[in-house]
Design a protein around this ligand. Sequence first.
Ligand code: SAM
Length: 250
Amino acid sequence: MNSVILSNRLKTIASYVPNGKKIADIGSDHALLPNYLVINQIAPFAIAGDVNEGPLQAAKRQVQQYGLTNQISVRKGNGLEVIQENEVDVIIIAGMGGALIVEILEAGKEKLSTIERLILQPNIGEELVRKWLDQNHWQIVDETILEENGKIYEIIIAEPKRINGEDPYLGVERTKEELYRLGPVLWRKRPAILLKKWQQEAKKIDTIIKQLDQISNDKEREEKLEKFITKKNWISGVLKCLLKDKPLSK
Ligand code: SAM
């Protein structure tokens, strides 16, 4: 059987799947992750779900090519509707915007009661995902950040909140709203790429501020300027900490 070559991003996501757990990969596209996890005997069973016909057919072809149709079920459907209750232990949703990930989780809430772990990789809007997790009894147990082909990605691992579980939002001198943006675990770990991410965010804000000159309406320009200067000041504070402080102990 041929091995599946994964990008560093997908390989990192795969590394968070505990051995022996059944998985669902929602928005699976070519079903690369399910194929990799089953071929490498990490997952005994996988569901590859996708809402669009093109990716679904691509997934079916890949699964057939690897001869894994007994272990990987390719299903067409919106979000978690492709999963029956108790069918899988771990859900992966990767490569979409945070708002869409939240929409999928919210719409499929009743399917989550038996899920042991969520592995989420929003391309943007990470703060929306963290806020939803926090408000829906999910606890972030790990986070990582990586760079691939010039893009920076964050991966969020969450498990159902436990009574005595460690709260990643506690013991940090930042509000929850700030930590939704920064990532409570990333903020403690402070990997070098986190600094790079926020340096890039600062540059984006600078570009926006320069472009505000083009707004002819004085009131509108001033209001937007104030909003973006507030954001820039916040990011400057973040960068100062990241440059100065060592990782916080966990
Ligand atoms: N998960 C893969 C990855 O991280 O490389 C593929 C990401 S691809 C950019 C996003 C996939 O999500 C597409 O195949 C798209 O059809 C699918 N998708 C978008 N919205 C979806 C939804 N509501 N339910 C299921 N799949 C969806």
